[in-house]
Write a protein that binds this ligand. Structure first.
Ligand code: GDP
Length: 456
Protein backbone atom coordinates (compact mmCIF):
# COMPACT_ATOMS: atom_id res chain seq x y z
CA UNK A 1 0.00 0.00 0.00
CA UNK A 2 1.28 3.42 -0.91
CA UNK A 3 0.49 6.15 1.60
CA UNK A 4 2.09 9.03 -0.26
CA UNK A 5 -0.18 11.60 -1.81
CA UNK A 6 2.44 13.75 -3.52
CA UNK A 7 2.36 11.97 -6.88
CA UNK A 8 -0.43 11.64 -9.43
CA UNK A 9 -2.20 8.32 -9.87
CA UNK A 10 -4.19 7.03 -12.83
CA UNK A 11 -6.61 4.13 -13.39
CA UNK A 12 -9.68 3.10 -15.30
CA UNK A 13 -12.69 3.96 -13.13
CA UNK A 14 -15.27 2.02 -15.13
CA UNK A 15 -15.32 -1.80 -15.49
CA UNK A 16 -12.84 -3.59 -17.72
CA UNK A 17 -14.18 -4.75 -21.04
CA UNK A 18 -15.96 -3.09 -23.91
CA UNK A 19 -18.46 -0.35 -23.12
CA UNK A 20 -19.90 2.74 -24.76
CA UNK A 21 -17.46 4.83 -22.78
CA UNK A 22 -14.61 4.18 -20.38
CA UNK A 23 -13.66 6.74 -17.76
CA UNK A 24 -10.00 7.13 -16.87
CA UNK A 25 -9.39 8.97 -13.64
CA UNK A 26 -6.29 10.86 -12.52
CA UNK A 27 -5.78 12.25 -9.04
CA UNK A 28 -2.85 14.20 -7.62
CA UNK A 29 -1.07 17.53 -7.79
CA UNK A 30 -0.18 17.16 -11.50
CA UNK A 31 -3.42 15.60 -12.73
CA UNK A 32 -4.27 18.57 -14.95
CA UNK A 33 -0.72 19.19 -16.22
CA UNK A 34 -0.19 15.53 -17.10
CA UNK A 35 -3.51 15.40 -18.98
CA UNK A 36 -2.61 18.61 -20.77
CA UNK A 37 0.56 16.99 -22.14
CA UNK A 38 -1.51 14.53 -24.18
CA UNK A 39 -4.67 16.60 -24.71
CA UNK A 40 -5.28 18.62 -27.86
CA UNK A 41 -7.99 21.21 -27.28
CA UNK A 42 -8.26 24.06 -24.80
CA UNK A 43 -5.48 24.65 -22.31
CA UNK A 44 -6.87 22.64 -19.40
CA UNK A 45 -4.53 24.25 -16.88
CA UNK A 46 -6.40 27.51 -17.39
CA UNK A 47 -9.91 26.13 -16.93
CA UNK A 48 -12.15 26.34 -13.89
CA UNK A 49 -13.11 23.47 -11.60
CA UNK A 50 -16.20 21.44 -12.50
CA UNK A 51 -15.98 22.10 -16.24
CA UNK A 52 -15.96 19.62 -19.11
CA UNK A 53 -13.86 19.99 -22.27
CA UNK A 54 -13.94 18.28 -25.62
CA UNK A 55 -10.61 17.41 -27.23
CA UNK A 56 -8.31 14.72 -28.58
CA UNK A 57 -5.84 12.49 -26.83
CA UNK A 58 -2.73 12.47 -28.98
CA UNK A 59 0.43 10.42 -28.90
CA UNK A 60 2.79 12.60 -30.93
CA UNK A 61 1.04 12.95 -34.28
CA UNK A 62 -1.32 10.05 -33.71
CA UNK A 63 -4.85 10.81 -32.52
CA UNK A 64 -5.84 8.06 -30.10
CA UNK A 65 -9.40 9.15 -29.32
CA UNK A 66 -11.93 11.96 -29.10
CA UNK A 67 -12.62 12.52 -25.44
CA UNK A 68 -14.28 14.67 -22.81
CA UNK A 69 -12.09 15.81 -19.93
CA UNK A 70 -13.85 16.76 -16.67
CA UNK A 71 -11.90 18.88 -14.20
CA UNK A 72 -12.25 18.85 -10.43
CA UNK A 73 -9.78 21.20 -8.84
CA UNK A 74 -8.56 20.59 -5.27
CA UNK A 75 -10.11 20.52 -2.74
CA UNK A 76 -13.45 20.20 -4.53
CA UNK A 77 -13.07 16.59 -5.64
CA UNK A 78 -13.58 13.03 -4.41
CA UNK A 79 -9.98 12.82 -3.17
CA UNK A 80 -9.62 16.52 -2.30
CA UNK A 81 -6.78 16.53 -4.86
CA UNK A 82 -6.84 17.75 -8.45
CA UNK A 83 -8.86 15.17 -10.33
CA UNK A 84 -9.35 14.75 -14.08
CA UNK A 85 -11.80 12.27 -15.51
CA UNK A 86 -11.26 11.46 -19.16
CA UNK A 87 -14.25 9.88 -20.87
CA UNK A 88 -12.93 7.86 -23.82
CA UNK A 89 -14.63 5.45 -26.15
CA UNK A 90 -14.87 2.16 -24.31
CA UNK A 91 -12.46 0.06 -26.35
CA UNK A 92 -9.95 -1.93 -24.32
CA UNK A 93 -7.24 -0.92 -26.80
CA UNK A 94 -7.96 2.81 -26.55
CA UNK A 95 -8.16 2.71 -22.76
CA UNK A 96 -4.92 0.80 -22.41
CA UNK A 97 -3.16 3.14 -24.84
CA UNK A 98 -4.41 6.30 -23.09
CA UNK A 99 -3.41 4.99 -19.65
CA UNK A 100 0.05 4.01 -20.96
CA UNK A 101 0.43 7.46 -22.44
CA UNK A 102 -0.55 9.13 -19.17
CA UNK A 103 1.94 6.95 -17.29
CA UNK A 104 4.66 7.91 -19.79
CA UNK A 105 3.71 11.53 -19.12
CA UNK A 106 4.25 11.26 -15.37
CA UNK A 107 1.28 9.51 -13.73
CA UNK A 108 1.63 6.32 -11.69
CA UNK A 109 -0.81 3.39 -12.08
CA UNK A 110 -3.08 3.43 -9.02
CA UNK A 111 -3.26 0.55 -6.58
CA UNK A 112 -6.56 -1.02 -5.52
CA UNK A 113 -8.66 1.45 -3.56
CA UNK A 114 -6.02 4.17 -3.80
CA UNK A 115 -8.45 6.94 -4.80
CA UNK A 116 -10.61 6.22 -1.77
CA UNK A 117 -7.50 5.80 0.40
CA UNK A 118 -6.46 9.30 -0.63
CA UNK A 119 -9.94 10.63 0.11
CA UNK A 120 -9.49 9.18 3.61
CA UNK A 121 -5.89 10.39 4.08
CA UNK A 122 -6.89 13.87 2.91
CA UNK A 123 -9.74 14.01 5.41
CA UNK A 124 -12.56 13.87 2.86
CA UNK A 125 -14.16 10.94 4.66
CA UNK A 126 -13.51 8.79 7.70
CA UNK A 127 -12.71 5.12 7.56
CA UNK A 128 -16.22 3.80 7.98
CA UNK A 129 -17.36 6.10 5.18
CA UNK A 130 -14.57 4.82 2.94
CA UNK A 131 -15.74 1.29 3.64
CA UNK A 132 -19.28 2.37 2.81
CA UNK A 133 -18.05 3.33 -0.67
CA UNK A 134 -17.08 -0.31 -1.23
CA UNK A 135 -20.40 -1.49 0.17
CA UNK A 136 -22.33 0.93 -1.98
CA UNK A 137 -20.61 -0.28 -5.12
CA UNK A 138 -21.37 -3.87 -4.13
CA UNK A 139 -24.98 -3.15 -3.11
CA UNK A 140 -27.44 -5.33 -4.97
CA UNK A 141 -30.72 -4.46 -3.27
CA UNK A 142 -32.53 -1.40 -2.06
CA UNK A 143 -31.93 -2.24 1.60
CA UNK A 144 -28.18 -2.90 1.21
CA UNK A 145 -27.87 0.30 -0.82
CA UNK A 146 -29.66 2.24 1.92
CA UNK A 147 -27.53 0.78 4.71
CA UNK A 148 -24.35 1.69 2.78
CA UNK A 149 -25.67 5.13 1.88
CA UNK A 150 -26.55 5.83 5.50
CA UNK A 151 -23.00 4.87 6.49
CA UNK A 152 -21.49 6.91 3.67
CA UNK A 153 -23.40 9.97 4.77
CA UNK A 154 -21.83 9.56 8.18
CA UNK A 155 -24.86 8.48 10.23
CA UNK A 156 -22.89 5.79 11.92
CA UNK A 157 -19.66 7.72 12.41
CA UNK A 158 -21.39 10.86 13.66
CA UNK A 159 -23.08 8.87 16.37
CA UNK A 160 -19.76 7.37 17.42
CA UNK A 161 -17.85 10.62 17.18
CA UNK A 162 -20.28 12.30 19.58
CA UNK A 163 -19.87 9.51 22.10
CA UNK A 164 -16.14 9.51 21.70
CA UNK A 165 -15.88 13.23 22.36
CA UNK A 166 -17.81 12.94 25.61
CA UNK A 167 -15.56 10.12 26.73
CA UNK A 168 -12.45 12.08 25.77
CA UNK A 169 -13.68 14.81 28.12
CA UNK A 170 -13.84 12.42 31.01
CA UNK A 171 -10.54 10.85 30.10
CA UNK A 172 -8.86 14.24 30.31
CA UNK A 173 -10.48 15.02 33.68
CA UNK A 174 -9.27 11.70 35.02
CA UNK A 175 -5.80 12.34 33.61
CA UNK A 176 -5.89 15.59 35.54
CA UNK A 177 -6.67 13.66 38.73
CA UNK A 178 -3.50 11.67 38.13
CA UNK A 179 -1.49 14.90 38.23
CA UNK A 180 -2.98 15.67 41.64
CA UNK A 181 -2.89 12.10 42.90
CA UNK A 182 -1.26 13.15 46.19
CA UNK A 183 -4.28 15.24 47.04
CA UNK A 184 -7.00 12.64 46.43
CA UNK A 185 -9.31 14.85 44.38
CA UNK A 186 -11.98 13.83 41.91
CA UNK A 187 -12.44 16.16 38.94
CA UNK A 188 -14.44 13.63 37.03
CA UNK A 189 -17.81 13.24 38.67
CA UNK A 190 -18.20 9.47 38.99
CA UNK A 191 -22.00 9.60 38.81
CA UNK A 192 -21.91 11.54 35.57
CA UNK A 193 -19.23 9.29 34.17
CA UNK A 194 -21.29 6.26 35.10
CA UNK A 195 -24.35 7.76 33.43
CA UNK A 196 -22.37 8.43 30.25
CA UNK A 197 -20.89 4.93 30.20
CA UNK A 198 -24.32 3.38 30.72
CA UNK A 199 -25.70 5.51 27.87
CA UNK A 200 -22.89 4.51 25.56
CA UNK A 201 -23.26 0.85 26.48
CA UNK A 202 -26.97 1.01 25.59
CA UNK A 203 -26.19 2.49 22.20
CA UNK A 204 -23.37 0.02 21.62
CA UNK A 205 -25.59 -2.90 22.45
CA UNK A 206 -28.20 -1.66 19.97
CA UNK A 207 -25.55 -1.26 17.28
CA UNK A 208 -24.13 -4.70 18.02
CA UNK A 209 -27.58 -6.25 17.82
CA UNK A 210 -28.25 -4.51 14.53
CA UNK A 211 -25.39 -6.45 12.95
CA UNK A 212 -27.39 -9.63 12.64
CA UNK A 213 -29.91 -7.91 10.41
CA UNK A 214 -27.37 -5.55 8.84
CA UNK A 215 -25.18 -8.42 7.79
CA UNK A 216 -28.13 -10.46 6.61
CA UNK A 217 -29.28 -7.56 4.48
CA UNK A 218 -25.84 -7.15 2.99
CA UNK A 219 -25.48 -10.86 2.22
CA UNK A 220 -29.13 -11.67 1.57
CA UNK A 221 -31.17 -13.40 4.27
CA UNK A 222 -30.60 -17.12 4.30
CA UNK A 223 -34.04 -18.68 3.96
CA UNK A 224 -34.56 -22.41 3.67
CA UNK A 225 -37.62 -24.26 2.42
CA UNK A 226 -37.91 -27.71 3.95
CA UNK A 227 -40.52 -30.41 4.19
CA UNK A 228 -41.20 -33.98 3.19
CA UNK A 229 -40.81 -35.09 -0.41
CA UNK A 230 -43.77 -34.08 -2.58
CA UNK A 231 -44.98 -31.50 -0.06
CA UNK A 232 -44.61 -28.96 -2.87
CA UNK A 233 -41.33 -27.27 -1.91
CA UNK A 234 -40.10 -26.78 -5.47
CA UNK A 235 -43.52 -25.61 -6.59
CA UNK A 236 -43.60 -23.14 -3.71
CA UNK A 237 -40.13 -21.87 -4.55
CA UNK A 238 -41.26 -21.29 -8.12
CA UNK A 239 -44.42 -19.58 -6.98
CA UNK A 240 -42.40 -17.26 -4.75
CA UNK A 241 -39.98 -16.52 -7.55
CA UNK A 242 -42.78 -16.35 -10.04
CA UNK A 243 -40.93 -18.46 -12.54
CA UNK A 244 -40.11 -22.05 -13.37
CA UNK A 245 -36.66 -22.62 -11.95
CA UNK A 246 -36.54 -25.65 -9.70
CA UNK A 247 -37.42 -29.03 -11.16
CA UNK A 248 -40.95 -30.00 -10.24
CA UNK A 249 -41.93 -33.62 -10.55
CA UNK A 250 -44.31 -36.20 -9.19
CA UNK A 251 -41.50 -38.53 -8.16
CA UNK A 252 -40.80 -38.17 -4.47
CA UNK A 253 -37.27 -37.01 -3.70
CA UNK A 254 -36.59 -35.27 -7.02
CA UNK A 255 -34.92 -32.23 -5.57
CA UNK A 256 -31.73 -34.03 -4.74
CA UNK A 257 -29.37 -31.16 -4.32
CA UNK A 258 -29.90 -27.65 -3.07
CA UNK A 259 -30.71 -24.73 -5.33
CA UNK A 260 -30.30 -21.12 -4.25
CA UNK A 261 -32.35 -18.27 -5.65
CA UNK A 262 -32.68 -14.62 -4.75
CA UNK A 263 -36.13 -13.36 -3.83
CA UNK A 264 -36.50 -9.64 -3.27
CA UNK A 265 -39.29 -8.64 -0.89
CA UNK A 266 -39.75 -4.91 -0.22
CA UNK A 267 -36.15 -4.21 -1.17
CA UNK A 268 -34.63 -6.93 1.00
CA UNK A 269 -32.90 -9.88 -0.64
CA UNK A 270 -33.74 -13.35 0.64
CA UNK A 271 -31.50 -16.20 -0.45
CA UNK A 272 -33.98 -19.02 -0.86
CA UNK A 273 -32.86 -22.61 -0.82
CA UNK A 274 -35.02 -25.54 -1.68
CA UNK A 275 -33.83 -28.69 0.06
CA UNK A 276 -34.14 -32.38 -0.51
CA UNK A 277 -37.03 -33.79 1.46
CA UNK A 278 -36.58 -34.49 5.13
CA UNK A 279 -37.43 -38.14 5.64
CA UNK A 280 -35.83 -41.57 5.88
CA UNK A 281 -33.66 -41.92 2.78
CA UNK A 282 -33.81 -45.10 0.75
CA UNK A 283 -30.50 -44.79 -1.07
CA UNK A 284 -27.12 -43.21 -0.48
CA UNK A 285 -27.55 -40.27 -2.82
CA UNK A 286 -30.80 -39.44 -1.12
CA UNK A 287 -29.25 -39.87 2.31
CA UNK A 288 -26.64 -37.26 1.36
CA UNK A 289 -29.43 -34.99 0.20
CA UNK A 290 -31.31 -35.37 3.49
CA UNK A 291 -28.16 -34.72 5.48
CA UNK A 292 -27.49 -31.63 3.38
CA UNK A 293 -31.05 -30.48 4.00
CA UNK A 294 -30.52 -30.58 7.76
CA UNK A 295 -27.19 -28.78 7.45
CA UNK A 296 -28.90 -26.06 5.42
CA UNK A 297 -31.75 -25.83 7.91
CA UNK A 298 -29.28 -25.34 10.73
CA UNK A 299 -27.54 -22.50 8.91
CA UNK A 300 -30.71 -20.73 7.88
CA UNK A 301 -31.94 -17.45 9.32
CA UNK A 302 -35.54 -18.33 8.53
CA UNK A 303 -37.06 -21.72 7.90
CA UNK A 304 -40.15 -22.25 5.81
CA UNK A 305 -41.56 -25.66 6.60
CA UNK A 306 -44.03 -26.91 3.98
CA UNK A 307 -46.40 -29.83 4.37
CA UNK A 308 -48.96 -31.42 2.10
CA UNK A 309 -52.26 -30.50 3.74
CA UNK A 310 -54.00 -33.43 2.05
CA UNK A 311 -51.57 -36.25 2.76
CA UNK A 312 -49.90 -35.35 6.05
CA UNK A 313 -51.19 -36.93 9.23
CA UNK A 314 -51.23 -34.91 12.42
CA UNK A 315 -48.62 -37.29 13.91
CA UNK A 316 -46.24 -36.74 11.01
CA UNK A 317 -46.78 -32.99 11.17
CA UNK A 318 -46.06 -32.87 14.88
CA UNK A 319 -43.02 -35.12 14.50
CA UNK A 320 -41.62 -32.81 11.80
CA UNK A 321 -42.28 -29.68 13.79
CA UNK A 322 -40.59 -31.18 16.81
CA UNK A 323 -37.53 -32.21 14.82
CA UNK A 324 -37.19 -28.72 13.33
CA UNK A 325 -38.08 -26.40 16.15
CA UNK A 326 -35.25 -24.57 17.89
CA UNK A 327 -35.52 -21.81 20.45
CA UNK A 328 -35.43 -18.26 19.01
CA UNK A 329 -35.44 -19.66 15.52
CA UNK A 330 -38.00 -18.12 13.18
CA UNK A 331 -39.99 -20.79 11.42
CA UNK A 332 -43.00 -20.33 9.18
CA UNK A 333 -45.30 -23.30 8.70
CA UNK A 334 -46.98 -23.57 5.32
CA UNK A 335 -49.92 -25.88 4.71
CA UNK A 336 -49.80 -26.48 0.97
CA UNK A 337 -52.25 -27.79 -1.62
CA UNK A 338 -55.34 -26.26 -0.03
CA UNK A 339 -56.83 -26.09 -3.53
CA UNK A 340 -57.48 -29.82 -3.10
CA UNK A 341 -59.40 -29.32 0.15
CA UNK A 342 -62.98 -28.33 0.75
CA UNK A 343 -63.48 -25.21 2.79
CA UNK A 344 -64.45 -27.32 5.77
CA UNK A 345 -61.37 -29.53 5.49
CA UNK A 346 -59.24 -26.45 5.20
CA UNK A 347 -60.75 -25.00 8.36
CA UNK A 348 -59.81 -28.16 10.22
CA UNK A 349 -56.09 -27.63 9.68
CA UNK A 350 -54.58 -26.58 12.99
CA UNK A 351 -53.95 -22.87 12.97
CA UNK A 352 -51.32 -20.67 14.56
CA UNK A 353 -49.78 -17.25 14.15
CA UNK A 354 -46.73 -18.41 12.22
CA UNK A 355 -48.79 -20.63 9.95
CA UNK A 356 -50.27 -19.99 6.54
CA UNK A 357 -52.42 -22.03 4.18
CA UNK A 358 -51.47 -21.76 0.53
CA UNK A 359 -51.71 -23.40 -2.81
CA UNK A 360 -48.30 -23.23 -4.42
CA UNK A 361 -49.64 -24.62 -7.66
CA UNK A 362 -52.58 -22.22 -7.92
CA UNK A 363 -50.50 -19.38 -6.46
CA UNK A 364 -53.00 -18.74 -3.69
CA UNK A 365 -51.87 -16.68 -0.67
CA UNK A 366 -48.31 -16.39 -1.99
CA UNK A 367 -48.25 -12.62 -1.45
CA UNK A 368 -49.34 -13.14 2.17
CA UNK A 369 -46.51 -15.61 2.58
CA UNK A 370 -44.02 -13.07 1.22
CA UNK A 371 -45.38 -10.51 3.64
CA UNK A 372 -44.91 -12.94 6.52
CA UNK A 373 -41.38 -13.85 5.42
CA UNK A 374 -40.44 -10.17 5.32
CA UNK A 375 -41.88 -9.34 8.72
CA UNK A 376 -40.40 -12.43 10.33
CA UNK A 377 -36.96 -11.36 9.14
CA UNK A 378 -37.18 -7.66 9.77
CA UNK A 379 -39.13 -7.67 13.05
CA UNK A 380 -39.86 -3.98 12.64
CA UNK A 381 -36.16 -3.12 12.58
CA UNK A 382 -36.10 -1.53 9.13
CA UNK A 383 -37.75 1.52 7.73
CA UNK A 384 -36.69 4.11 10.30
CA UNK A 385 -33.34 5.80 10.02
CA UNK A 386 -31.67 3.62 12.64
CA UNK A 387 -28.12 2.65 11.93
CA UNK A 388 -27.45 -0.91 10.88
CA UNK A 389 -23.94 -2.23 11.39
CA UNK A 390 -23.05 -4.25 8.31
CA UNK A 391 -19.32 -4.59 8.65
CA UNK A 392 -17.59 -7.34 10.66
CA UNK A 393 -14.65 -5.07 11.46
CA UNK A 394 -17.02 -2.52 13.00
CA UNK A 395 -18.81 -5.24 14.94
CA UNK A 396 -15.55 -6.45 16.44
CA UNK A 397 -14.46 -2.93 17.37
CA UNK A 398 -17.86 -2.27 18.95
CA UNK A 399 -17.63 -5.47 20.96
CA UNK A 400 -14.14 -4.58 22.17
CA UNK A 401 -15.38 -1.11 23.13
CA UNK A 402 -18.21 -2.73 25.02
CA UNK A 403 -15.78 -4.95 26.94
CA UNK A 404 -13.55 -2.01 27.83
CA UNK A 405 -16.51 0.10 28.94
CA UNK A 406 -17.89 -2.72 31.07
CA UNK A 407 -14.55 -2.65 32.88
CA UNK A 408 -14.92 1.11 33.34
CA UNK A 409 -18.34 0.55 34.83
CA UNK A 410 -16.97 -2.12 37.14
CA UNK A 411 -14.19 0.26 38.12
CA UNK A 412 -16.67 2.96 39.07
CA UNK A 413 -18.85 0.58 41.06
CA UNK A 414 -15.93 -1.03 42.89
CA UNK A 415 -13.72 2.02 43.11
CA UNK A 416 -10.33 1.48 41.53
CA UNK A 417 -7.61 4.08 41.32
CA UNK A 418 -7.85 6.77 38.67
CA UNK A 419 -4.93 5.37 36.69
CA UNK A 420 -6.70 2.04 36.13
CA UNK A 421 -9.89 3.82 35.22
CA UNK A 422 -7.97 6.00 32.79
CA UNK A 423 -6.45 2.92 31.16
CA UNK A 424 -9.84 1.30 30.60
CA UNK A 425 -11.32 4.49 29.17
CA UNK A 426 -8.34 4.82 26.84
CA UNK A 427 -8.91 1.26 25.64
CA UNK A 428 -12.53 2.08 24.87
CA UNK A 429 -11.49 5.26 23.04
CA UNK A 430 -8.96 3.30 21.05
CA UNK A 431 -11.50 0.79 19.76
CA UNK A 432 -14.11 3.45 19.02
CA UNK A 433 -11.45 5.35 17.09
CA UNK A 434 -10.61 2.25 15.06
CA UNK A 435 -14.04 2.37 13.48
CA UNK A 436 -13.89 5.92 12.22
CA UNK A 437 -10.15 5.83 11.56
CA UNK A 438 -9.16 8.29 14.28
CA UNK A 439 -6.86 5.45 15.28
CA UNK A 440 -5.32 3.52 12.39
CA UNK A 441 -2.45 1.23 11.66
CA UNK A 442 -0.93 0.45 8.28
CA UNK A 443 -2.13 -3.14 8.60
CA UNK A 444 -5.69 -1.98 9.11
CA UNK A 445 -5.60 0.34 6.10
CA UNK A 446 -3.91 -2.30 3.98
CA UNK A 447 -6.58 -4.79 4.93
CA UNK A 448 -9.43 -2.45 4.07
CA UNK A 449 -8.20 -0.84 0.88
CA UNK A 450 -6.57 -3.89 -0.70
CA UNK A 451 -10.09 -5.35 -1.03
CA UNK A 452 -11.17 -2.48 -3.26
CA UNK A 453 -10.81 -2.72 -7.03
CA UNK A 454 -8.29 -0.65 -8.92
CA UNK A 455 -9.91 2.62 -9.92
CA UNK A 456 -12.07 3.00 -6.78
P1 GDP B 1 -41.25 -31.27 -3.49
O1 GDP B 1 -40.79 -32.68 -3.57
O2 GDP B 1 -41.62 -30.93 -2.08
O3 GDP B 1 -40.31 -30.27 -4.08
O4 GDP B 1 -42.64 -31.19 -4.28
P2 GDP B 1 -42.94 -30.64 -5.75
O5 GDP B 1 -42.92 -29.16 -5.75
O6 GDP B 1 -42.08 -31.37 -6.73
O7 GDP B 1 -44.44 -31.06 -5.89
C1 GDP B 1 -44.87 -32.41 -5.81
C2 GDP B 1 -46.17 -32.56 -6.54
O8 GDP B 1 -47.20 -31.82 -5.87
C3 GDP B 1 -46.16 -32.02 -7.96
O9 GDP B 1 -46.92 -32.85 -8.80
C4 GDP B 1 -46.81 -30.67 -7.84
O10 GDP B 1 -47.43 -30.27 -9.03
C5 GDP B 1 -47.82 -30.93 -6.76
N1 GDP B 1 -48.18 -29.71 -6.04
C6 GDP B 1 -47.34 -28.82 -5.46
N2 GDP B 1 -48.03 -27.83 -4.88
C7 GDP B 1 -49.33 -28.06 -5.13
C8 GDP B 1 -50.55 -27.37 -4.80
O11 GDP B 1 -50.58 -26.31 -4.19
N3 GDP B 1 -51.71 -27.94 -5.21
C9 GDP B 1 -51.74 -29.08 -5.92
N4 GDP B 1 -52.92 -29.56 -6.30
N5 GDP B 1 -50.62 -29.76 -6.25
C10 GDP B 1 -49.45 -29.27 -5.86
Amino acid sequence: MNYTTDDTIVALATPNGIGAIGVIRLSGPDAVQITQKVFKGKDLTKQASHTIHFGHIVDGDVILDEVLASLFIAPKSYTRENVVEISCHGSAYIIESVIKLLVKSGARPAQPGEFTLRAFLNGQMDLSQAEAVADLIAANSKSSQQAAMNQLRGGFSNQLKGLREQLVNFASLIELELDFSEEDVEFANRDQLKQLVVNILTILSKLIQSFELGNAIKQGINTVIAGRPNAGKSTLLNALLNEERAIVSDIAGTTRDTIEEILNINGVNFRLTDTAGIREATDTIEAIGVQKAYEKINQSAILIYVFDAVQTSLEDLNADLESLQRPDFPMLVVANKIDLLSEEQSENIPHSENMLKVSAKQKQHIEELKHKIYHTAIKGQLGGDETLVTNVRHLQALQKTEDALSKVLEGIDNPITSDFLATDIKQALHYLGEITGTVTTDDLLENIFSKFCIGK
